[in-house]
Design a protein around this ligand. Structure first.
Ligand code: UD1
Length: 436
């Protein structure tokens, strides 16, 4: 018989959130910037770096590969990759973080070759990297797939030229990383327009790159020979901000979400307004209030500036308690509704058919034991628990730690009755092995 410690988030729901919350640096931007530091041999000082596990993993990877990584203070880090090892990056390092695939573009851009294991990350359906590979090939790289899922790339010279990435955020970022030091001009057509793509371009330009058009669907990169170091502050996290906005509305609260770029939140604000909440914009904050029950709305996830797929589960939780029937369509990933079965455990009425969920809003959810299936699904469970009657226990919270810094502390600051606690649970797997 074996007992094991499991850390869970316990939420005693039903308290409207009130007060102010401060949003950290954008996970997805920071992960791209960290990979970008490989392209210069000089020191980069990055600020607004959140303390989340995805960032720790990426810093660990850089350190393991020979970078000097120094935490300057809680939110700033200095990185120097002068003595970087251009050898193989094994699966032990890439398995926990999808953004480790940016090492492909960054290593190719710096050394002209790369050997990196296929990345891990959240399971949102099949997540191929064929568009990244095609982009590298268009820049002149020869790509081979070796045993142990190692992707190997080689190029005599990275050549600028036209590339087409069919709107993939990751492929856009990877091709940018590979192309900033190419010979000639690279034109990325159908580029992703997400805020973190723009942030990476701004960071690279601060290091002496010549990247134009980021934020539109055509990015032009004039290759430069060398990059230098810089000081750069990452943008605030659009999705962390959106999560607190949704939590405020779902609990019929009144929350000022600070350190945001309101423009990045427009599609989220628009849906909250449609549901009957109020959203007031300030220079770098938004105030969300919802004194009464929210109304239904339909949502289809789209690339930026459309409604982000990374906010779909949080709105799924919110709409489960809204008045009327909502239709939620997922157009980016294949498998992003698994969290709905957890909402069913809390009393939600939901039917999922492929990439469409039909949600009949119920007056009240009830606390239950639920699981975080992935990062944003975990955030959805927390929102559902905050608004539900009774106690919700969320397990597998390591997923939540990947993208939310101290979510429990921030929610307690807003008056929520929430705590992280270790609980002892019986390991059924061990029992089954003994029986076998
Ligand atoms: C990034 C974000 C993720 C967000 C997503 C969409 C990071 C680290 N992650 O993920 O949080 O949810 O953008 O905004 O920034 N695809 C292919 N082939 C490829 C690449 C992608 O078929 O080579 C497909 C994917 O399976 C998916 C769709 O294209 O269905 C979009 O993926 P993509 O935009 O590349 O997302 P990620 O970069 O993985």
């Amino acid at each position: 018989m074996r007992w094991m410690n499991l850390e869970k988030i316990f939420i005693n729901g039903g308290t409207p959130l009130r007060g102010e919350v401060f949003v950290g640096g954008a996970k997805n931007a920071v992960l791209a910037l960290l990979a970008g530091t490989i392209l210069t041999k000089s020191t980069c000082r990055l600020e607004n770096i959140p303390n989340i596990s995805d960032v720790s993993i990426m810093l660990h990877i850089l350190h393991q590969l020979g970078a000097e990584v120094r935490r300057v203070d809680k939110y700033a880090v200095e990185i120097n990759t002068k003595y970087f090892d251009s050898g193989e990056v094994p699966y032990e390092l890439t398995r926990h973080c999808r953004a480790s695939c940016y090492l492909l573009g960054a290593l190719l851009g710096r050394f002209g070759h790369a050997r990196v294991a296929m990345p891990g990350g959240c399971d949102l359906g099949i997540r191929p990297i064929d568009l990244h590979i095609r982009g590298f090939e268009m820049l002149g790289a020869t790509v081979t797939f070796e045993k142990n899922a190692i992707i190997s790339m080689q190029s005599e010279q990275i050549l600028g030229g036209p590339t087409h990435v069919e709107y993939s955020v990751g492929a856009t970022i990877n091709v940018m990383l590979a192309a900033v030091r190419a010979s000639g001009v690279t034109v990325i057509e159908n580029a992703a327009k997400e805020p973190h793509v723009v942030d990476l371009a701004n960071f690279l330009n601060s290091c002496g790159a010549d990247v134009r058009g980021a934020g539109t669907d055509v990015i032009k990169i004039h290759g430069v020979k060398e990059l230098h170091g810089c000081e750069y502050a990452a943008i605030p996290d659009q999705i962390e901000a959106g999560t607190f906005m949704a939590a405020a509305a779902a609990t019929r609260g009144h929350v000022l979400v600070r350190n945001v770029i309101p423009k990045h939140l427009e599609s989220i604000s628009a849906k909250l307004l449609e549901c009957g909440a109020t959203v007031e914009e300030f220079d770098d904050a938004v105030l969300v209030c919802a004194p009464t029950r929210l109304q239904r709305c339909n949502i289809k996830t789209m690339p930026h500036p459309g409604f982000p797929t990374d906010m779909q589960p949080q709105f799924g939780a919110l709409l489960a308690m809204a008045q009327g029937t909502s239709i939620l369509s997922e157009s980016v990933f294949d498998n992003r509704f698994r969290y709905m079965e957890q909402l069913l455990r809390m009393g939600a009425q939901v039917k999922v058919d492929g990439k469409v969920a039909v949600i009949e809003g119920v007056e009240q959810l009830s606390g239950a034991q639920v699981k975080a299936y992935d990062l944003r699904a975990g955030a959805a469970m927390v929102i559902a628990g905050l608004a539900a009657q009774g106690v919700t226990e969320v397990e597998s919270i390591a997923y939540i730690d990947r993208g939310y810094e101290d979510i429990v502390g921030k929610l307690r600051g807003l008056g929520a009755d929430v705590a992280r606690r270790d609980v002892k649970e019986y390991d059924v797997g061990e029992d089954a092995r003994l029986a076998g």
